[in-house]
Design a protein around this ligand. Structure first.
Ligand code: DP6
Length: 380
């Protein structure tokens, strides 16, 4: 028994990122990350993009420690990190009490924990590292402390969008005035629409985007369009989107997806002073999508953009290779990046070869990650 208590325990987990189709933009409560509207997202395959988090306890530990990509984080200066630890310990204690656990087990809820977290994608690319990061932390602490039940509300406290990364597949995050009811729920799992493919176009840009936390705060204060959207647009749009997903109606899915992205960025322009997340390359990608669909005579591709210039494109498996070829032609990589341009486990063939076309603006897109829907957090 004594020996068991002295044990070093170590658990490693990974969590995926998610991309919102119906966007979360605006908070009812800043402290709790309660959203003004429900949102809907797709969790992406963690093999392509994830945060891997290792949590350990050992008798020698005297305080909690967190390292993210080898950088030490001051938990006391980071209320989001702090609240995740506090909430997980509170839930562990509550569970132990309700299970009439021995005093020893109650004690173990307050053992000090070391956390080491790494992303398998460049943080500076502006992909949603906070979503996968807080999902991985919450899930890993849950495993270490043996906490049962839905932990999406805890991940939400770290970062709103992180709660959706606690589920796989197609996910809805419910708005509520009550913290306990604002959780993420799986709508259908990642196997529901096996043909769906996602291309992430990482736009070359050194410029750091204005953070979404302060961005949405400013929109709530100044945008009348945001108020209109929350009251009159989102509820119906989520209903129609769910129908499109259930029926695997790509054309309808694509229309909602692009209109939602457009509306988010319209609200950003309606915010005062305005927020600009899209750049010239993002605009060029949108035009590319419209003319590609026009040329095909049907909707084969849809885009969505979050609070940054990177594009998330959706298509279906039979069109993925052609789309990859078209991207290569319209947005050729710079000469030294031709072999690392597409990061994919699927093999695409390039009938036109991988010859960089003779256009002046090469390298507008740094690289493309090809992925698909995936499951929620895992123990690795
Ligand atoms: C545009 O979840 O990063 O990506 O709750 O303040 O951490 P905080 O914000 P965050 O906002 C994400 C905004 C978005 C849309 C979305 O993911 O729904």
């Amino acid at each position: 028994e004594m020996q068991e208590e002295e044990q070093v325990r170590k658990i490693t987990c990974c969590a995926p990122i998610n991309i919102a189709i119906i966007k979360y933009w605006g908070k009812l409560c800043e402290v709790e990350n309660l959203p003004l509207n429900s949102s809907f997202s797709i969790t992406l395959n963690y093999h392509d993009l994830c945060t891997t988090t290792t949590v350990t306890t050992a008798p020698s530990y005297v305080k909690d420690q967190v390292y993210v990509n080898d950088l030490w984080q001051d938990i006391n200066e980071n209320p989001r990190l702090k609240v995740c630890f506090e909430e997980m310990r509170r839930l562990a204690r509550k569970q132990a009490i309700s299970e009439n656990a021995a005093a020893k087990e109650l004690m173990s809820c307050s053992k000090k924990i070391h956390v080491q977290s790494v992303n398998n994608f460049p943080t500076k690319a502006g992909l949603a590292s906070s979503a996968s990061g807080y999902a991985a932390l919450t899930f890993a602490l849950g495993q270490l402390l043996g906490v049962k039940g839905d932990l999406s509300g805890v991940a939400r406290r770290g970062s709103g969008s992180a709660c959706r990364s606690m589920c796989g597949g197609f996910v809805e995050w419910l708005k509520s005035e009550e913290s306990k009811n604002s959780t993420a729920k799986q709508f259908v799992d990642e196997t529901h629409w096996p043909e769906l493919r996602v291309f992430i176009l990482v736009v070359s840009s050194k410029q750091k985007s204005f953070g979404s936390t302060v961005g949405m705060q400013r929109s709530v204060e100044t945008s009348a369009l945001l108020k209109h959207r929350i009251e009159n647009i989102v509820p119906h749009r989520i209903k129609v989107l769910k129908q499109a997903v259930l029926e695997k109606d790509f054309c309808l899915f694509a229309e909602i997806c692009m209109k939602e992205s457009n509306q988010l960025h319209a609200i950003c322009m309606d915010t005062f002073p305005p927020l600009r997340y899209l750049n010239n390359v993002s605009e060029k990608i949108m035009n590319f999508v419209y003319s590609y669909n026009e040329r095909c005579g049907s909707t084969r591709v849809a885009y969505t953009f979050d609070a940054g210039p990177n594009a998330f494109l959706f298509t279906l498996a039979p069109f993925a290779e052609d789309l990859a070829n078209q991207i290569y032609q319209v947005f050729p990589p710079s000469k030294d990046c031709t072999d690392t341009f597409f990061k994919t486990t699927e093999e695409f063939s390039f009938p036109n070869g991988k010859i960089v076309p003779d256009v002046t603006d090469c390298g507008l897109i740094e690289y493309v990650i090809c992925t698909k829907p995936g499951p929620g957090p895992q123990i690795v």
